[in-house]
Structure formats: structure tokens, C-alpha cells
Ligand binder design. Structure first.
Ligand SMILES: [Zn+2]
Ligand SMILES: [Zn+2]
Ligand SMILES: [Zn+2]
Length: 277
């Protein structure tokens, strides 16, 4: 049916992290490969992406994405590793021909506040449609045969400011869940009520093997989310379950994360991972 590409797999600092020479960053420089991680973002295809962080241009070069074809950008929240709004200024006349192609941006009001601040009065020149999302209300893309459901996350100080997305594409279901913490109960209630069986789940595991529940997931709370999704019958043995969005502060390299998560039927995300469904 389709694919989803992990354009990045790191938290805010990247790995190796900018300005850092900790042991993990030094080892990542040696290992390269899957231990090199740009900031987390996803592409379904050239037209549809989730998040647009500070590595957006490098990701376009690496994965041969033509952003002039981008039509729908879903933003989880306004943190700088997921929204580098100043790049949008390059759409204006005299800088690129981007303004010729309308771009729909979906997010919570805090996302649009950030865009307004970072585009400094240029917004009218950028041909952006800023489309506010409401938790649980579906966003239909009929021409793509896709539906996006924004779900509340346990992430920003104001819990109203962060969402993650359950996505239907044809008959396939994908849950893209970075920067979630342990999901809020209203999200669990919605998941319990929907007769969805996810083909793919991409879960936050920012703190890797170390336990974390609030803001970001790590360790046993990653497993607790997977267990609860299993109990609700939202996933089964056929579901591909991937962890992603890692910080160097988690003290784990790619192989350490695999050692921790593989026994639980969980794959470890990396830049350039392509998931088919
Ligand atoms: Zn993040
Ligand atoms: Zn480091
Ligand atoms: Zn965040």
C-alpha cells in the first residue's frame, strides 16, 4: 500500500549531539551508520510528512525528497526539534518558487504561534494554509485515501500543545507516537473504543533503556505502553513495533538499544529506515 521513511531518529540534540563529546557521542562518531541520527521526522511520500525539524534540508538531500511537492505537513508540537519554522520563509518570492504551491500545515495553535513568530510578518507571502487540529477529530485527505487522527500526548507543559497521530492509509493503520510520554487516559480511552489493529507503531523511546514516563518514554514504560496496546487488541504479533527519537543522554548506542528491545519484539529505528505496509 505505502511506505513510511524515518527521516531522523534523534531527540533535540541529534546523535552525535551538537557541541557534545560525551562517551556516546564519541562512539557514535566512530561507529557512524545507524548511530548517526538526525532530528526525528517522517515522510509517507513527497507530498505528506510529519514534523519539519532543523535537519529538514539535509533530510531532503539524503532521501531525495523534493519539498516543492510537499502538500500536507502534520506537526506534532512546536518544540524546535520538530518545527524549524524559519525554513518556511524560503518559500517567499525572490527566494524560491515555493509560494506557487500551497502547503497545508496541521497542528495545535502553539504551532501556528511559532510559525507566525519565526516568519516575522512574511506569512502572507508563503502560501501556507494553517489548519488547526482538534484532538480526536479526523482530518481527511481523500485524494490520498488517508485519515489522520490527532491524539493528546503527555509532553508539553501545557498538555493541550502536543499531539501525535494515528493514520489510516487505505486499509492500513499506523501510529506515529514520538514525544508522547505515557499516553494520557483520554487517549487510552479513544484507543480502547476504536476497532483499529495497527500494522505499524512507532513509539517514543527517548531515554532508551532508562525508565521514563513523563514527557518522554524510556525503559519499562516503553514496554508498558506496548503491553497496554496489546491488552486493548490494538496490536498483535503481526504489528511491526518500532522505537524512535533517542537522546545521547540515554547512554545507549544502536546495538545496546537492540539488545534491550529485540527480546520484546521491538525494532530499533534509525535514519533511513523504510517501513512498508
Ligand atoms: Zn522531540
Ligand atoms: Zn553526547
Ligand atoms: Zn518535544
Amino acid at each position: 500500500m505505502g511506505t513510511i521513511t524515518l527521516l531522523g531518529s534523534a531527540a533535540a540534540e541529534g546523535i552525535p549531539a551538537i557541541f557534545c563529546d560525551c562517551e556516546i557521542c564519541r562512539k557514535a562518531w566512530q561507529n557512524k551508520g545507524k548511530d548517526f541520527r538526525m532530528r526525528t521526522a517522517y515522510a509517507f511520500n513527497e507530498r505528506i510528512r510529519i514534523d519539519f525539524g532543523p535537519d529538514n534540508l539535509a533530510q531532503e538531500y539524503r532521501f531525495k525528497l523534493h519539498s516543492e511537492k510537499l502538500r500536507h505537513l502534520f506537526v506534532t508540537h512546536a518544540h524546535g526539534d520538530h518545527l524549524a519554522a524559519n525554513s518556511l520563509c524560503m518559500r517567499r518570492p525572490g527566494f524560491s518558487r515555493g509560494y506557487a504551491n500551497p502547503l497545508n500545515i496541521y497542528g495545535k495553535p502553539a504551532v501556528f504561534e511559532r510559525i507566525r513568530e519565526d516568519t516575522r510578518g512574511l506569512l502572507n507571502l508563503l502560501n501556507l494554509n494553517l489548519l488547526p487540529v482538534t484532538e480526536f477529530l479526523p482530518i481527511e485527505l481523500p485524494e490520498e485515501d488517508m485519515t489522520f487522527y490527532p491524539l493528546p500526548a503527555n509532553h508539553c507543559q501545557n498538555p493541550q500543545e502536543a499531539v501525535f497521530y494515528a493514520v489510516r492509509h487505505g486499509n492500513a493503520w499506523i501510529l506515529i507516537a514520538n514525544d508522547t510520554g505515557y499516553y494520557p487516559e483520554e487517549t487510552w480511552r479513544w484507543l480502547a473504543e476504536q476497532p483499529i489493529l495497527f500494522d505499524i507503531v512507532i513509539s517514543d523511546a527517548s531515554f532508551g533503556t532508562r525508565d521514563s514516563r513523563e514527557g518522554h518514554l524510556g525503559g519499562r514504560f516503553v514496554l508498558a505502553v506496548k503491553d497496554r496496546l496489546t491488552e486493548l487488541k490494538r496490536i498483535n504479533r503481526k504489528t511491526r513495533y518500532i522505537v524512535n527519537h533517542f537522546t545521547h543522554n540515554c547512554g545507549a548506542l544502536h546495538k545496546d538499544l537492540e539488545t534491550c528491545f529485540h527480546p520484546h519484539g521491538i525494532e530499533v529505528g534509525y535514519d533511513g529506515m523504510i517501513l512498508e505496509y
